[in-house]
Design a protein around this ligand. Structure first.
Ligand SMILES: Nc1nc2c(ncn2[C@@H]2O[C@H](COP(=O)(O)OP(=O)(O)O)[C@@H](O)[C@H]2O)c(=O)[nH]1
Ligand SMILES: [Mg+2]
Ligand SMILES: [Zn+2]
Length: 323
C-alpha cells in the first residue's frame, strides 16, 4: 500500500472507523488501495488520495457501464483499485446514497452522492424560495438516511429575511434551518456544527443560490469553479467536470453538485413519513384505516385542521408527496 494511502489519510477524506470491517475484508488481497471518488467525469473518475503518488484519474471500462446505475461509482464512493494498473476493482458498500430520477423522464435513476452524513439544501431569499420544493428535497434526504440542513442564503439582499426564515421554521419544525450571507464568513460559521472532521456534506439546490460561494467561504478562498469546465479531447467531443469535493479547514469533506433545475424525486415514502410524522401520528386516530383525510367521517386529520392545530398548506403537501 502506498505510504500516502494509510488510514490517517483516508480519515481526512471522511473514512470512518465503522468502515474498517469492510476494509479488511475487501483488502484481503495484498497491495490493494482504497480511494475516495471526488469527481465523476464522462469516461472516468477522479480519486483522492492519488494512486502511485501521482495518478488521480481512474478510467472506467465498458464492463462498469453494463452494470445497473446503482452499482456504478458516484462522487463520495470509496473504491478499491487494482495495484498493477490502477483500474477500478470495486465500489465498497455505502453508508448512504442520494439519488434522483433522471430528468430524461424515462424513469432511470441517477446517483447524486454516496457516503454523505448531512445535506445542505440551499435556497435564497428571492424567487427561488419554495417550501414545497424544499419538502421534496428534505423527503429524499431523510429517505437516504442523511441529515438535512436548510440553508437560506442572500439574507443581505432583502429586508425580509426574517419572514423567509419564519416560513422555514413553521414548515420544518424538526429540521435545522440556517440563514446567512454566503459571502460573509461570520454568518457562514453557523454551519460549523456539520463541518467537523470525518463528516461528509452534500450541497443541493438550484443554480445560482450560492452553493459554490458557500464552499469558497468555508475554504477561506476561491477554490470552487462557478461554471463547469469543458475539456476538448482528440475527437472534438468534450468532457464535463460536474462534481467535485473539497476538504474544509474544519475537517469535513464537502461535495458541490451542479445546479439542479428540476429535482425529480426517486422513491421517498419513508422520508415523506418522517418529515410529516405529526400528520402520520394524527392519521392513526382516523376511523378508517384507508382514510384519505378529505371528508371522511371520523377523520382525525381534518379535525386537527378545523381546530387550527394543523396547517392546510402542509396537509396539501403531504397528500401530494404521498401520491
Ligand atoms: N449578496 C449575496 N450574493 C450571493 C450570496 N450567495 C451567493 N451570492 C452570489 O450569487 C451568485 C451565484 O452564486 P454561486 O455560488 O455560483 O451559486 P451556485 O450556482 O449555487 O453554486 C454569485 O454571484 C454569488 O456571488 C449571498 O448570500 N449574498
Ligand atoms: Mg456552483
Ligand atoms: Zn383521516
Amino acid at each position: 500500500m502506498s505510504k500516502h494511502n494509510n488510514e490517517t489519510m483516508l480519515q481526512a477524506l471522511g473514512w470512518k472507523s465503522s468502515f474498517r470491517h469492510v476494509r479488511s475484508a475487501q483488502l484481503a488481497e495484498p497491495n490493494r488501495s482504497v480511494h475516495r471518488v471526488t469527481e465523476v467525469q464522462r469516461t472516468g473518475l477522479i480519486v483522492a488520495p492519488s494512486f502511485d503518488d501521482e495518478r488521480t484519474d481512474v478510467p472506467i471500462s465498458g464492463k462498469w457501464f453494463q452494470r445497473s446505475e446503482r452499482e456504478r461509482p458516484t462522487v463520495g464512493d470509496w473504491v478499491v483499485l487494482d495495484p498493477t494498473d490502477g483500474t477500478l476493482v470495486e465500489v465498497l458498500p455505502r453508508s448512504s446514497l442520494l439519488t434522483r430520477l433522471s430528468p430524461s423522464g424515462n424513469g432511470s435513476l441517477q446517483l447524486i452522492a454516496a457516503n454523505v452524513d448531512s445535506a445542505f439544501v440551499v435556497t435564497s431569499c428571492n424567487a427561488d424560495f419554495s417550501v414545497p420544493r424544499l419538502e421534496r428535497y428534505v423527503s429524499v434526504i431523510l429517505e437516504a438516511g442523511i441529515e438535512p440542513v436548510i440553508v437560506l442564503t442572500k439574507i443581505d439582499q432583502t429586508p425580509d429575511s426574517d419572514a423567509y426564515l419564519a416560513q422555514l421554521h413553521s414548515a420544518f419544525q424538526t429540521v435545522a434551518c440556517c440563514a446567512l450571507n454566503a459571502l460573509e464568513p461570520d454568518t457562514v460559521s453557523v454551519l460549523a456544527p456539520w463541518c467537523g472532521a470525518g463528516q461528509t456534506i452534500a450541497l443541493l439546490g438550484s443554480s445560482g443560490v450560492g452553493k459554490s460561494t458557500i464552499v469558497n467561504t468555508l475554504m477561506g478562498g476561491e477554490v470552487q469553479r462557478t461554471q463547469a469546465i469543458r475539456e476538448e479531447d482528440g475527437k472534438g467531443r468534450h468532457t464535463t467536470t460536474y462534481r467535485s469535493a473539497h476538504i474544509l479547514p474544519q475537517g469535513a469533506v464537502i461535495l458541490d453538485s451542479p445546479g439542479m433545475r428540476e429535482f425529480q424525486m426517486a422513491e421517498s415514502s419513508a422520508g415523506v413519513a418522517e418529515l410529516f410524522d405529526d400528520i402520520e401520528a394524527l392519521a392513526e386516530a382516523c376511523r378508517f384505516g384507508d382514510c384519505a383525510h378529505n371528508a371522511e367521517p371520523g377523520c382525525a386529520v381534518q379535525a386537527a385542521l378545523a381546530l387550527g392545530q394543523l396547517d392546510e398548506r402542509r396537509l396539501a403537501s403531504y397528500k401530494k408527496l404521498k401520491g
